[in-house]
Ligand binder design. Sequence first.
Ligand SMILES: [Fe+2]
Length: 215
Amino acid sequence: MAIDDLSKIGYFVPNLPRFEIDSEKVWEWWNRVNVPIKRIQKDSRGNGGGFEGQFWDGMTIWQKPGYQNQIVWRVNYQPNDELFGEMNKRILDSLPWYDIQGITLWSNKQRISPHHDGLPKDLFPSAPRIALLDECKNDTFYLVSKSKYKLLTPCLREGPNLFFFNNENYLHGAHAPEDGRKILIRIDGPLVDPEGMKAYINNQIANGAKYEGMD
Ligand SMILES: [Fe+2]
């Protein structure tokens, strides 16, 4: 049954085949080309500096022209169609409600305090991520609701791994990774069809998609 108020949902996981990648090849490439991620300007919520590469590593693997001019992070652009071409195409096909500007791999190296990203600001789960690789002992990514401090820790190690989180009514953060590395894919770009997206969420949940939220 569809939930009546999407703003209470912290995250939802549509029923899509898992996004898989050859982890051995990815880490071999990652170790050669990876550059720490730095913040170069304030985001739309005024979050500023203090990010000099100590928190995350990562690379942008697909982008539209001009993407690097808009973003608040300095991220190395490292396209690799052999490794990621098919996956990127699938990502673009899976998100028709977005005008995707960039696809970026992110890997947190230490604890990330709970925060909002600059965008999106919708009152429903609309921030797309893919838990691509995870070799950590612990589930690192979590959400906490602002009104009731309810903690959600999505487990995405098996089954579908594309998920959407609520960047307005929930803060998100990450525990320090234990005994391993992980890669989360961040998909950036405006949601251009919010009504279509909301209908998709309702439809997916009505058909058994995983989600968690507040009561
Ligand atoms: Fe974030």
